[in-house]
Design a protein around this ligand. Structure first.
Ligand code: NAP
Length: 381
């Protein structure tokens, strides 16, 4: 085999091993926040000798897990990793130190880490330590970035990634003309929503939905998640109207409830809710879209990286106007509601012309029971 052939084949081999790191990373799905999903493979003489992934805060990082799992000495090996190795002391020691100590010769990285403490520092230290550092091609890099959208958006903007979820009738209504929406989607679809809740850092609704539906917003899937991963339940409620007898407030001791209100909310109402165990956040903003941004900043400050927004149309429209819907998941149920006054999915100000409308970057369609789930990615981080 000529040297030229080897050179041509190497990127393909790298892509295969990097693909494996992405598979491994996904094993931590829904469990690693505030940390990213990361997978790693150690390859020596063309053979994988150890693999690992990050399984949650306080647990070993993927690189350390893979090095620790090596069946033979990793000195001189190549380490493939889905995210750039860290250089800082967090809950665990820096991965760069472990890689240098193991005598790894080459590190190939699938995607960058945009957080302030990383941003290239790890790769630089590796190079300084005599390790050859390579990066994945764009296709693999993008797949790796897509694994960590909540982590990336939070690192880049301080705000959580927002997934807007809704159930609509075949004719595009989210409720009947009287506001009834239970249940538009099937039991199977609603079970899927509970799985998404289990993976999110927080779940949010507007006060209109909180009053109309009195939702609990908890995760009710057996074995889906340990109590520590119960998502925070958030209500956007400028005037602190959330009734103290609502199921959300009544269950505040079981799973945290956050209420985002404006400075104009009556002090007495805020105090009653706070006394009932609700965390009341006061955030300002000139209009509804600006208040969405301020609310997301406040959630981001509290470590919320992913938010499942469960409606309704008015709050959802404000998120759209604010440019803060990163993905949409809509269940279309095979029922017809009609009614001029029956509400659509997203309200707000909206765009004036189709030319100005946001276009989804990618759309996936899945049948769930009788429903059709449309999962659309609108923004990438
Ligand atoms: N099919 C579905 O998937 C689904 C899901 C959810 C809801 N729904 C239905 O939708 C209806 C309720 O929707 P809705 O539009 O009336 O209520 P909503 O969107 O849940 O809540 C709207 C309210 O949120 C408050 N709010 C606080 N901050 C806001 C901000 N930054 N921007 C916008 N609003 C903000 C506003 O009241 P304040 O100004 O007083 O704060 C506003 O009136 C119900 O019929 C419900 O059944 C259907």
């Amino acid at each position: 085999m000529t040297a030229l052939t080897i050179q041509t084949l190497a990127p393909e081999r790298d892509a295969v091993h990097l693909g494996r790191t992405l598979e491994l990373a996904q094993r931590g799905s829904g469990r690693t926040s505030p940390n990213p999903l990361v997978g790693a493979v150690v390859v020596k003489d063309g053979r994988p000798i150890g693999e690992g992934f990050h399984s949650g805060p306080g647990e070993a990082h993927a690189e350390a897990a893979a090095l620790g799992a090596c069946g033979e000495d990793p000195a001189g090996a190549t380490l493939y990793v889905s995210l750039e190795p860290c250089a800082h002391h967090g809950r665990t020691p820096p991965c760069v130190e472990a890689i240098l100590a193991a005598g790894v010769e080459r590190v190939v990285i699938a995607s960058d880490d945009p957080s302030a403490m990383a941003s290239g520092r790890g790769p630089e230290l590796l190079r300084g330590g005599g390790v050859e550092v390579g990066w994945a091609g764009e296709e693999v890099a993008r797949s790796a970035r897509l694994l960590n959208q909540p982590f990336r958006k939070h690192a880049l903007t301080g705000r959580p990634l927002v997934v807007f979820k809704s159930a609509l009738t075949l004719d595009g209504r989210v409720a009947t003309r009287t506001g009834d929406s239970r249940w538009i989607s099937s039991e199977e679809s609603r079970a899927r929503v509970h799985r998404w809740r289990a993976e999110a850092d927080a779940v949010a609704v507007g006060i209109g939905t909180a009053i109309a539906d009195d939702p609990l917003l908890t995760v009710r899937v057996e074995g889906a998640v340990e109590a520590t991963r119960a998502p925070r339940r958030v209500v956007f409620d400028s005037r602190a109207r959330l009734p103290a007898r609502s199921r959300l407030v009544q269950s505040a001791a079981d799973a945290p409830v956050i209420l985002i209100c404006s400075p104009a909310a009556p002090r007495a109402a805020r105090e009653i809710l706070a006394a009932a165990g609700v965390e009341v956040i006061v955030s300002e903003g000139e209009d509804e879209a600006a208040r969405v941004g301020a609310g997301l900043d406040a959630l981001g400050d509290r470590g919320v990286q992913s938010l499942l927004l469960e409606g309704g149309p008015r709050l959802g429209g404000a998120f759209l106007d604010a440019g803060e819907i990163d993905a949409l998941r809509v269940f279309v149920a095979p029922i017809l509601a009609g009614g001029r006054d029956a509400r659509g999915v997203l309200e707000g100000r909206g765009v004036a012309s189709i030319a100005d409308a946001d276009r989804a970057l990618a759309v996936e369609v899945e049948r769930i029971g009788d429903d059709t789930l449309i999962d659309a990615r609108v923004r990438e981080w």
